[in-house]
Design a binder for this molecule. Sequence first.
Ligand SMILES: Cc1ncc(COP(=O)(O)O)c(C=O)c1O
Length: 396
Amino acid sequence: MPGFELWGAEERREVEEVLETGILMRYGFDGPRRGRWKARELEAALCQRTGAAHALVVSSGTAALTTALAALGIGAGDEVVMPTFTFVASFEAVLSVGATPVLADVDDTLTLSPAAARAAVTSRTRAVMPVHMCGAMADLGALDALCREKGIALLEDACQATGGSWKGRALGSIGKAGCYSFDFVKTITCGEGGAVVTSDPEVARRCDQYADHGHDHLGADRGADMHPALGYNFRISELHAAVGLAQIRKLDRFLEIQRRNKAALRAALAAVPGVTFRRIPDPDGDSASFLSFFLPDEGRARAAARAMQGAGVPAMYWYDNNWHYVRRWDHLRSAASPNPLPSNVRAALAATASRPFPASDAVMCRAISTPIGLAWTDEQLAERAARLAAAVGSVG
Ligand SMILES: Cc1ncc(COP(=O)(O)O)c(C=O)c1O
């Protein structure tokens, strides 16, 4: 899914503009920066793109999730329901604001099961956090309805789904807040970066302050700002924002290529007996950064993943993945930490460690994803499609 594959003159030009002034910080220095505000421009582009009223660009997707959670008022004693399949950062972000992540099963969408989320909601739940994994959306209709019914926040982790949509609305813009990652292997990249979007002005104001030590950002003199609340440093630099600005202007092109390439791989694989595809609640809104599919059972999925690797086609067999599926989060299960953890965090980790997730296992042990490239030639695409189908088809 990486925008870095189509890096070029546009990114260099934006970075050069920042280097010309030497003002690498997003705040202040109004005179010397000569009207160059890359983070602000990227935020405006995100608002325009997503339809959200507010966007805040920060230093990473993890920082975006942490900032959004804090701005939603979520902290000690609160629970956040989230899926067993995500990057470990979603879990870390909840822990880092002092709240308790409560894991719920995924279904054949490879995202949070609405039924499992409903069963996980307690009187302490303050948010449901679906994660739009591998480029496509969770069942937002059911999850949004659940959150409205329970009076809790829907927080979208859209870190892997920039550019995706659901019923014509940008992923990330449907909940109370949504977060994106622009790290180096995301659909568009800043090198490192992320963003929170929201249409709630109060949440936006709190994000703006929390990600910059609590600065109120009201005056022209940073040193004279007031600090209405605690905050931390999750700022993005102008250099990183400049890269993201060039990338977001190319997002439609990236999506078009991804969708075309994915369709070709999918068509080749559809002919292989026993293969079924991940269910996508709104296929038109798939950002198409991965092709995800299922084999009938774990044995055949493992064999297919091995055959793909042998044929030079990347296979993400998530069930064994150290970073994305709860089964291998040993460091969290054992609460391994360089510093002592608060007692509620230790309790949350212990609860996760002791829980089996058979429904998630039944899905994840059969799932494989393969990433979609942006720079493939027609010949490379045709060759990859043929190798993919042959490798998976070789598994009886
Ligand atoms: C689902 C998900 N959430 C959060 C993150 C964190 O993003 P970042 O790497 O920008 O901190 C990632 C990154 O891989 C992710 O995949």
